[in-house]
Each structure stands twice: as structure tokens, then as C-alpha cells.
Write a new protein. Structure first.
Length: 607
């Protein structure tokens, strides 16, 4: 096909380029030789996983047969590419494409929905504004990876600057860049959703079977042959304090030791939707349009199925290519928004939906981190390794029913940006300790909620109750780090709160922990101490429920206002789930898309 002869800028491997960077971010910048003079000083390196192009031809990528990368196309080649993949196309004032189902987003929800509907025999089009990268494209270098794989280049903050938000923006969505944790929906959460929110699905064997199917497809395993440095620290600290430590299942092999899966897994071992469900979808004829941004769903007046005043007949989208001059009109029997809890609400609002719960009830699982410095070979029983090596999350401690402790992925740039500024000398010292500084975080199942407006701006402030939970969790993190043998521990509060642990007495530690407070960001802080939370889990902003009075969509995921318009992503979740939500989102998507396929089949029989 003609598009195959075009060199796609989006297909460049995620290689660094020489960019001017602020002083505090020098540690993820590189020179023209893809090297950084600071890395050796801080004990950091990026392993070169990729093949040598001179030694072997570029391998085919798993989705090549179904992907249409619109950034490299013009009006003519776009229509030809779509027709070559079996889609009826009509030129005109808009490029019109016909299919059975159009899905916006290719992450945990959209990937599963695409696979289920395509395998049921329906022609599926997936619209993804991000680009497609496969294992051979990933570099693990922080700067270019953040820029190309994350929404807003990873610099995404709530409007009141309380919380930094990380969400994937690439084929595979969050599943391509998340930390591999595969935790099933807790039983108490399922009971709450079925009983308190009137959603019987979550009390059924079908949902349990969906979780089983999802875990099987992702190759989830509880085994970890070798833990990385940070997880060793967490485990040792918990064991020293007599605290339970749970093994965290992962969607990778037991021997997977890659610490850069947050920038796309360069080994190809991690199984996101881009290497599982979307592969299944493409095998059954699905088409994935990359570099294509959804503008609005197309709604017509409706005589009223179940009181729905509108009927959705497709999607209007824009291809982000200078060569494509017309908008893309995708006509479909079923339309699904699966672009995540931050992007689905603006899309639905801009399509004309009015339900007051669209954008509300946003939960973020706010996170607060602490660190511990472990000088190499200075402990009685040294903990080997470096902070950026090994599986990102392989161990977890539960503090309360609402708070868990896990370990993060932090590259040197993110580390430098989080370190409180005290002086140039202090910054150099902290960066020199980067490789042996372990981080752990407290994550809270938040009860307070935020809001996403029609422009995609986020408003979120943890409630007082959630802040108390976070403070308690952070104190536990610090105790664990001290018990693991840290020479020094601290938080990322702006005043540089820290404690040197050598010879510390119990009463000294307690006095230090009493100082631990959580001030909510620059707009909610005193002049001398504040901290910004982080969030990698966004949920609930178009929650499902039993009535339009308390939810944005019904129990099947269908809009209360528009027939044929569904939501199938993390925004559906009635509340925060309290653990890493990938398995929950995919399991919900599996159940709902099975229902959508069945309803489409019944509609065909009716006509």
C-alpha cells in the first residue's frame, strides 16, 4: 500500500534529541550522541535493549496489518488506506467511513471492547489521537518518552496545583505505560458497587469469570524470580516491623526485570492492550486510526428508546496531518467512548450531552511519597541493586482498608523535579544518591471527588478525611524505610523534611513522624512547607449507576440520553477502586462489550 512507503515521523524510535532544559531537569536531557554527562555521576544508565538496525531488518509490529497512521497521509492516501482495510469510504465535504462500531481510545477499555466486538464479527474502527509504538521503538529515555507517550508530555496538573496527573496517550493507553500491577477488584468493593450503587453485575459469577479471562489474556503471574531494589527495601522494612507483605501479580513473566515499563516495555514482555486485545481485534479485521482526534459524537433526535431523546450515529474526528484537509465522519451503529476518565467527559459534553454527572465524581487515588537513602555496602546485610532496576511494583503492604503502600518508577528527571530545592550543593548531593535512594508511596482510596470540565481542566482537592489517611500512610512509609536500614529518610515537602537515621532513638523517630504533615500544594499551603500529590489512576467521572439522578450511564454502559452511545473506560467506575485499576477496567469492559455485541446481534435479528 502507498502509505507503507512513507517515512512516518511518529514511527521514529523514542530517541532523545538535544533540547534546552531547565536546570532541575538536566538529568533527563541528552546530547547529540544520546548521552548525558550527569548519568555516570548519579549512577544511572539506560540499557540498550533494541536490535542493531545494521544487523537485522526491522521486525513487523504486532498491529501493522490494522493500523492506519494518519500523520503520514494525505486525503487520497487516507481514503485508499481505509478502503484497503475493508472500510466503505465516501469522499465529499467530509471523508465518510462506514463501520459497525467506532471506539474512541485504545487503552484498557477500548482495547478490550475492540477485541470483543471484532471477534463477534463486527467491523470495528478504533480512533486514537496518540501514535503507535512497539517494543523495538522504545528507548527508555525519560524526556522523549514522556513527551510522546503521555498526555501533555507528562506535565498535567489539576487547576489548583494540588496533584500531578499521569495518563497515557498512545496506542495501548495507560496499559502501555503503567507499572504492570494486576490486582483484582477487592471483594468489599464489588459488594459496595452491587449493593449501594444498584449494579448487580458486580455480584455475578460473570464478573468473576471476566476477571479470570482478562488475567489469562494478559498472562498474569504472581511469581517474581528477582525483586528490584525498591521492592526489596519495602519487603525488608515490613518484615522487620512484622507487617504483612503481599506479592503483586504482573502482566509479564516471572523473570521480567525491566524497570522502564513506564516508558513502554522495551523487551516486549509486558502485555498491554497493544500486544494482546488489540492484536486480537486486528486479527478479526479491526482498523486502528492513529494521530486522529475525536471531536464529537454525532447525535440525532430520537423517538425514544427507554426515554433516550437522542440517537448516536457515529463520530466526527480530525486527523492530525497537514496533508489531510477534511474532517473524518465515521458512521456507526454503536459508538463507544473509551478515552479515559479525563478525556471522556469533555468529549461527551462537547457532543451535546447534559447529564449533570458527566465530569463529576472524579477520583484520583492521591499518592504521597517518601524516600530513604541506602548507601551501598553500608548495611549489615546490604540490599543490592539500583532504584531504577527491576519490576516496578512486585510487593505491596496494606495499611488500612483504604490505604496501600507500593513503590514507584522514578527516572532522574522526575526525581530532580520532586526534590525540594534547598541549595545547589544539596541538589548535587541528592542527585549523586539517586541510584541508591528508594521511594515508596501511600495510595488512598479517596472518598472526596473532583471534576473535569468541558475543556478538560481538572479540579481536585483531597478531602480532610483523605488527607488524614495519606498522612497516616506516609508515616507508615517512613517507618518501613527506617526499619529497612535507611541512612536517611525524608519527604518531598518543600521545606526538605528529613531525618538522619544513624543512632536515632525511638523517641527521635516519633518526634520526626509527628512533624509529617501534608499541605495541599502551592495554592493551599503555608509559605515554608507544601507538597504536591501524584495520581496515575483516574476513575469515576462518568460513573455507571441505576438512575440518571446519580450516574452518567446505565448498568450496561449506555448513555442515559443517547441510544447507541456507550462509555467503556475507567470513568465508569462508581467509586475509586482502592488498588491499581487495570484489571477492574478491563473486566468491566469485557462484560459491557459482551452485552453490546449481544444487543447488536439482537437488533440485526429484529430487522
Amino acid at each position: 500500500m502507498e502509505q507503507d512507503a512513507v517515512a512516518l515521523p511518529a514511527q521514529d524510535r523514542l530517541r532523545p534529541r538535544q533540547d534546552p532544559l531547565p536546570l532541575r531537569l538536566l538529568h533527563h536531557g541528552v546530547d547529540e550522541n544520546s548521552e548525558n554527562p550527569h548519568w555516570k555521576a548519579i549512577g544511572y544508565s539506560v540499557e540498550e535493549w533494541q536490535r542493531d538496525p545494521a544487523e537485522a531488518p526491522a521486525p513487523s509490529r504486532p498491529l501493522d496489518n490494522g493500523v492506519v497512521e494518519t500523520r503520514a497521509l494525505n486525503d487520497t492516501t487516507l481514503l485508499r488506506s481505509l478502503a484497503d482495510r475493508g472500510l466503505p469510504v465516501k469522499p465529499g465535504a467530509q471523508h465518510t467511513v462506514e463501520c459497525d462500531a467506532v471506539i474512541v481510545g485504545s487503552g484498557c477499555g477500548g482495547g478490550v471492547a475492540a477485541a470483543i466486538l471484532a471477534s463477534a464479527g463486527y467491523k470495528v474502527v478504533v480512533v486514537e489521537k496518540g501514535d503507535y509504538f512497539a517494543a523495538d521503538d522504545y528507548s527508555s529515555v525519560e524526556g522523549p518518552s514522556m513527551e510522546r507517550l503521555f498526555e501533555k508530555g507528562g506535565i498535567f496538573c489539576t487547576s489548583n496545583v494540588t496533584t500531578m496527573v499521569f495518563t497515557g496517550s498512545t496506542v495501548g493507553g495507560g496499559s502501555a505505560v503503567n507499572w504492570s500491577a494486576c490486582i483484582r477488584t477487592p471483594g468489599e468493593v464489588l459488594q459496595e458497587w452491587s449493593h449501594d450503587h444498584g449494579l448487580p453485575l458486580f455480584a455475578t459469577k460473570a464478573y468473576v469469570q471476566a476477571m479470570n479471562t482478562v488475567c489469562d489474556r494478559l498472562g498474569v503471574t504472581d511469581e517474581c524470580l528477582k525483586e528490584g531494589f525498591q521492592n526489596k527495601v519495602l519487603r525488608r522494612g515490613c518484615e522487620a516491623l512484622g507487617l504483612p507483605v503481599d506479592a503483586v501479580p504482573r502482566n509479564s513473566s516471572a523473570g521480567h526485570y525491566c524497570g522502564s515499563c513506564n516508558f513502554g516495555c522495551p523487551t516486549g514482555d509486558k502485555r498491554g492492550t497493544d500486544t494482546t486485545w488489540l492484536v486480537d481485534a486486528v486479527k478479526h479485521g479491526a482498523v486502528i486510526l492513529t494521530g486522529c482526534k475525536a471531536e464529537r459524537f454525532i447525535l440525532h433526535n430520537n423517538s425514544g428508546k427507554d426515554g433516550r431523546s437522542k440517537k448516536c450515529v457515529g463520530l466526527l474526528a480530525t486527523c492530525m496531518s497537514n496533508g489531510i484537509t477534511k474532517k473524518l465522519r465515521i458512521e456507526a451503529k454503536v459508538s463507544i467512548s473509551a478515552c479515559g476518565a479525563l478525556m471522556t467527559p469533555p468529549l461527551l459534553r462537547n457532543s451535546g450531552l447534559k447529564n449533570r454527572h458527566i465530569g463529576r465524581n472524579l477520583h484520583l487515588h492521591p499518592v504521597s511519597m517518601a524516600w530513604g537513602y541506602f548507601p551501598e555496602n553500608k548495611q549489615a546485610v546490604p540490599i543490592t541493586g539500583k532504584s531504577y532496576e527491576g519490576g516496578i511494583i512486585t510487593s505491596m503492604h496494606r495499611v488500612t482498608p483504604r490505604t496501600i503502600i507500593e513503590t514507584p518508577a522514578l527516572g532522574p528527571g522526575a526525581f530532580a523535579a520532586m526534590v525540594p530545592w534547598e541549595s545547589g550543593r544539596d541538589m548535587k548531593e541528592r542527585m549523586s544518591r539517586f541510584a541508591r535512594t528508594a521511594h515508596a508511596f501511600a495510595l488512598v482510596r479517596d472518598r472526596g471527588s473532583g471534576f473535569v470540565d468541558c475543556e478538560g481542566r481538572l479540579r481536585f482537592t483531597p478531602s480532610r478525611d483523605d488527607t488524614r489517611e495519606l498522612r497516616n500512610g506516609l508515616r507508615h512509609v517512613l517507618r518501613i524505610l527506617v526499619a529497612a536500614g535507611a541512612a536517611e529518610v525524608g519527604t518531598h515537602r518543600s521545606d526538605g523534611l528529613r531525618l538522619r537515621c544513624k543512632g536515632v532513638r525511638d523517641e527521635d523517630l516519633e518526634a520526626f513522624l509527628d512533624e509529617v504533615t501534608i499541605e495541599k500544594g502551592p495554592m493551599h499551603s503555608t509559605a515554608d512547607k507544601w507538597a504536591v500529590f501524584s495520581s496515575a489512576h483516574q476513575m469515576g467521572s462518568c460513573r455507571m449507576g441505576s438512575s440518571p439522578k446519580d450516574s452518567a450511564v446505565d448498568g450496561s454502559g449506555e448513555s442515559w440520553e443517547a441510544e447507541g452511545l456507550y462509555v467503556c473506560d475507567g470513568s465508569l467506575l462508581p467509586t475509586a477502586v482502592g488498588v491499581n485499576p487495570m484489571i477492574t477496567i478491563q473486566s468491566v469492559a469485557y462484560c459491557l462489550s459482551k452485552g453490546i455485541a449481544e444487543s447488536m446481534t439482537n437488533a440485526q435479528k429484529h430487522y
